[in-house]
Design a binder for this molecule. Structure first.
Ligand code: ADP
Length: 425
């Protein structure tokens, strides 16, 4: 980080959540790099914020704490002025962790006696009122999250949820205070601290609430939140929204989409791409399982098409088809096999000259980034909410490529064509 101190050092508990946070920071005026895990040395580029992407949301709490402290040490070595711990806007966690233990460990390491917690992200319909988290029009515990396989959220009261995960006393800065602005919030923080509160849930039902909150957070060593609060922090460092923050090198090279997401939105995006008459190749998981060389076949298929525009290689399928494959191969085995195949194809496409690559699917993105040997990505302009173009050096493209990682349900129906148009613009 050649001399200049890092303004904001962020630790995100999963990969696509890290991109979501980075995207909000860029839109609010920060130059941002997202790293895949904790870097081994300095970044080699000057930015305002770094988001270290961990995969710590559902691992055992002691490991999540150790990884987060490791990230903190690196961020402090880059002179980060403030630390941001990013979790999901649905506060995904269990009574055994990890939001409480990680927050507590970061506070201890920073010598901090007070922090805030709010997953509010009004742009994404996550709001907090009287300490209760709403997803859309319903309480978190009625939103489907009560049935989440790994982190079922059955209590929408975040004060109670967080209190069950931490020894520090948890309090609330409710909407009647937030609505009055930063001075009132600061007074409430002082009163809570006098009362022995170490972490306060903060209400926010609109972006205006988040923006009112921002100045009151300027002196906190640690902020913990979803990605929403990010819209209010760059102003504390004197930064305003600007196109410069999102500037990436000029795009060139061939274009491709690799899709392993089976979400509703992705199915519609694949159908739209095919209906537009562009070349698309469906992969058959049973042929992968039979040992057929589908990677070579896909690359042989793609080679002649690439010169005339974007190609799509996909395993995306409707739920019934996915269930049938899972029944035959096992859920995890099918998932891992398809991810590894798509990752090998992504790498092969880059070796063929693809320099503008879209990957659809959170887990699929993780596998592709790993296969491409990407260690860090500069975050560029937003294509659709939560999905920016990024620029990254890869073992297969040392001079860099443009890459967009789209998690399942993000993006408009025409995402796979629109994204390339955005990049040229
Ligand atoms: P999303 O972001 O939509 O959840 P992910 O990539 O995270 O997408 O998850 C999709 C999972 O489904 C991956 O593990 C992927 O390998 C697997 N998968 C993709 N296509 C198929 C298929 N046709 N049959 C079975 N599993 C599949």
């Amino acid at each position: 980080m050649s001399g200049a101190a890092l303004k904001l050092g962020c630790i995100a508990d999963d990969f696509t959540g890290a991109t979501d946070l980075a995207n909000n920071l860029v839109r609010a005026g920060m130059r941002v790099v997202q790293t895949i895990g904790v870097p081994s040395g300095p970044l080699g580029t000057e930015v305002d914020a770094v988001v270290v992407a961990l995969k710590s949301r559902t691992i055992p709490a002691d490991q999540a704490v150790a990884q987060s402290l490791d990230a903190l040490r690196w961020l402090k070595s880059q002179d980060a002025q403030q630390i941001y711990f990013k979790y999901c806007s649905t506060f995904d966690s269990t009574p055994a962790g990890n939001i409480g233990p990680v927050t507590e460990a970061l506070m201890d390491a920073l010598g901090s006696d007070f922090s805030i917690a709010t997953p509010a992200f009004p742009d994404n319909k996550r709001t907090v009122f009287k300490g209760y988290l709403f997803a859309g029009d319903v309480l978190l515990s009625e939103s489907g999250m009560q049935n989440h396989p790994l982190t079922p959220m059955t209590d929408p009261n975040l004060v109670r949820v967080l209190q069950s995960q931490t020894r520090r006393k948890v309090g609330l800065i409710d909407h009647s205070v937030v609505a009055q602005g930063a001075t009132a919030i600061q007074s409430r923080i002082a009163a809570l601290k006098a009362d022995g509160v170490g972490i306060a849930i903060v209400d926010a039902v609109s972006n205006d609430d988040l923006l009112r909150m921002g100045p009151a957070l300027a002196d906190l060593p640690l902020v913990t939140a979803g990605s929403g609060v990010a819209i209010a922090l760059p102003a504390n460092f004197g930064l305003q929204p600007s196109n410069q923050a999102a500037a990436l090198p000029a795009a060139y090279g061939l274009q491709a989409v690799v899709s392993g997401s089976c979400s509703v939105a992705t199915n519609a995006q694949v159908a739209h791409f095919i209906a537009s008459g562009r070349p698309a190749l469906a992969l058959q998981p049973l042929r992968m399982a039979a040992g057929d060389d589908v990677v070579r076949e896909a690359l042989d298929w793609a080679r002649p098409h690439l010169a005339s525009g974007p190609v799509l290689v996909y395993s995306t399928a409707e739920p019934d088809d996915v269930r049938a494959i899972q029944a035959q191969l096992g859920v995890e085995q099918a998932g891992a096999m398809v991810e590894q195949t798509l990752a090998a194809i992504a790498r092969g496409l880059v070796e063929l000259g693809v320099r503008q690559l879209i990957v659809a699917g959170g887990e699929t993105s993780g596998a592709c980034v790993q296969a491409l040997g990407i260690a860090q990505m500069r975050i560029g302009g937003q294509i659709d909410p939560g999905v920016p173009w990024c620029h990254a050096a890869s073992a297969a493209a040392p001079e860099g490529l443009h890459i967009a990682l789209k998690s399942g349900n993000f993006g408009s129906t025409d995402f796979f064509t629109k994204a390339f148009t955005c990049l040229q613009g």
